[in-house]
Design a protein around this ligand. Structure first.
Ligand code: UDP
Ligand code: MG
Length: 157
């Protein structure tokens, strides 16, 4: 099997997954990363990070007018991770579950591990465009890894 048989470049999306501060405090980093690993997504960057206010504001700029914006900014501080793969953006949102953990299905991260919207343990980009934008926001040049997972041909035909 050759890497070029696995996925053409235009099929590859990038998503930005963040274990939020409550997920880090509650010791759920491994559990959450494990779910994406088991699904088969390729990890390309990982860091533990204390998020400055300006970065949190840029990340959530679309929500600036919302009533919960300032509490959301207070809430977000550390623990981002990036994943990429075929169709990863929509698929990751499904693994994560609804924004409100009360509505999130059992089996999803929020359905299994969270109670309230304001403490919903994880973030996932909502579109391929935002996947790119957020990845560029949280990771510098040279912080992402280019590699071919050995399991790739067994996951994708
Ligand atoms: N949030 C909140 N109250 C709300 C809606 C959202 O505190 O009524 C927080 C919550 O942490 C959510 C984040 O703001 O994950 C971003 O909101 P969005 O609608 O983008 O939800 P997501 O994409 O994270 O599911
Ligand atoms: Mg969102």
């Amino acid at each position: 099997f050759l890497p070029h048989l696995v996925a053409s470049l235009e099929q590859v999306e990038q998503t930005y997954i963040m274990v939020k501060p409550d997920g880090v405090q509650r010791g759920l980093v491994g559990e959450i990363i494990s779910r994406f690993e088991r699904k088969g997504f390729k990890l390309t960057g990982l860091k533990l990070f204390q998020c400055p206010k300006e970065l949190a504001e840029e990340h959530y700029k679309d929500l600036k007018t919302k009533s919960f914006y300032s509490t959301l900014i207070d809430y977000i501080t550390s623990g981002p991770v990036v994943w990429e793969g075929v169709g990863v953006v929509a698929s990751a949102r499904k693994l994560i579950g609804s924004t409100n953990p009360l509505q999130a299905e059992p089996g999803t991260i929020r359905g299994d591990l969270a109670v309230q919207t304001g403490r919903n343990v994880v973030h996932g980009s909502d579109s391929p465009e935002n996947g790119k934008r957020e990845t560029a926001l949280w990771f510098k040049e040279g912080e992402l890894c280019e590699w071919t997972p050995a399991q790739a041909p067994w996951l994708m035909e």
